[in-house]
Write a protein that binds this ligand. Sequence first.
Ligand code: B12
Ligand code: SF4
Length: 372
Amino acid sequence: MFGKKRLMVPLALPTIASLTPENYKIFIYDEEIEEIPTAVRPDIVGITTLAATAGRAFELGDHYRSLGAKVIYGGPYASFLIEEALKHGDSVVVGEAEGKWEKCLADFEKGEIKQVYESSALTEYHRQKPPRWDLVSMKKIFQVAVQVSRGCPFNCDFCLVSRIFGRKMRYREIDNVVEEIMAAPSKYFFFVDDNLTINKRYAKELMKAIKPLNISWGCMCSLDVATDDELLRLMADAGCFNILVGFESLNPGSLDETQKHHNRGGFRQKAEALFSNGAFTRPGGDISIWMKARLSWITFKEFILTSDKDRRALFSFIFKLIRSKQIAIDKGLGFLLSMLGYHRHVRLHHLRMDEYRRLVMSQDTGKWKQQI
Ligand code: B12
Ligand code: SF4
C-alpha cells in the first residue's frame, strides 16, 4: 500500500482481460483495495497466483466452485504447482496467457474445458493490446504497470523469471509502448520489466520516445546502469524518479551459490557511480535542474540473505554498514531486506523439489503443511 493507495494493481488481470473476446462481461477485483463479491456466481473466474497469495487464491477458488463457477488459475505459483492448483480449480493456464487463455475460453464455450493449457513456445511479444485499466478502480492506485520486455538471460536460483518468460529477451515495438502509456489513466507508471536497461540501445530509444509524454515513472535495473552516464541522463529527462536495484547479497559466496554471479564485485563503486553520475552528488546547480525535471532518485537496495549459515553474520555486517553510513550514500537510499523464504523464492525445478518440500515441512506452520 502507498498511503491510502495501493502502489499498483498487478498487470496480469488487465492483460488477460485484453485477450478476452468482447462477448464477455468482465469484472476485475483486487482484494488489496476492494471487497470481492463472494455472493455472486460468475460463469468463469480467473485467478492469478504468487506463492505469497496462493493460500487465499485457493480459498476463493474453492468458494466459487462451490457456487458452480468454472475456476481457472494462472500466474507464477499455479504454473509450477499445477496439481495443487487443480485441487481448487478446473484448469491451469501455464506460463504466458497469450494464445492459451483464448483457447481455454473457446473450450469453455463448447463445454470441453481442459485441465491444463500449456505450450512450449513463448509468444512473439512485439505488439500487445493495451491492458484493460478501464476495468480497474483507479482511485486507489498510485502507479500503472507497464511491461516492455519479457525474459532474462540470467538464471538466478531463487528467481522464476527465466523459467516463465525464457532466457532470450523479447521486446515490444516502442510505438506500441508509447500508445499504451498515452492511453493509460495516469501520469505515474512503473516499468515491471526485470531489468529495463539490460539492452542499453533499446532503453535509450525508449527514453527518447517517452520523454515528450511528460510522465513520472520507476523501474528496476541492474547496477551497471551506473556506468552509462548518457543513459542516466536520458532516464532522468524522461521522468524517472525511482529505481530498484537487486544487490541480493554482499557475500560473493552467496551470489555464487544462487547463480547470481553477475552481481559479484564492485557493488559499492557502482552504487557510488550511480549517484555521482546520475543524481545527488552533482554540484548544487545541477541538482536544481534535475529537480525541475521531477527527478528525485530513491533507490531501494534489495538484499536477499541467502544461505542459512551466513544469515547472522550478514545481518550484522549490513547493519554495521548502514549505521556507519558506508552504503547509505545519502538520505534517498532505502533498504529492503528480505529473507530467502524457500516457499516463496526458491526456483521450483525438479532437482530442488525434495529439498523444497523438506524445508517447507520443517519450517512452516499452518496451511502450508497441508498444501504440499
Ligand atoms: C513488478 C513485480 C513486483 C512488484 C509489483 C507487484 C504488482 N502489484 O504489480 C512488487 C515490487 C511490489 C513485487 C512484490 C513481490 N514480488 Co514480485 N514481481 C514483479 C515482477 C518483476 C513483474 C510482475 C508483472 O507485472 N509481470 C507481468 C505480468 C503480465 O506477468 P504475469 O503476472 O506473470 O502474468 C502473465 C502469466 O503469468 C499469466 N497469468 C498470470 N495470472 C494469470 C491468471 C489467469 C487466470 C491466467 C489465465 C493467466 C495468468 O498471464 C500473464 C500474461 O502472459 C515479477 C517477475 C516477472 N517478470 O513477472 C516478480 C515476481 C512476480 N515477484 C515475486 C516475488 C517473490 C515477490 C514478493 C514475494 C517479494 C518479497 N519478498 O516481498 C512480493 C509479493 C507481493 C505480493 N504480495 O503480491 C516472484 C513470484 C514467485 C512466486 N513463486 O510467487 C516473481 C515471479 C519474481 C521472482 N523472483 O521469481 N513484485
Ligand atoms: S533475479 Fe534478476 S537477473 Fe536473476 S534471473 Fe531473476 S530477473 Fe534475471
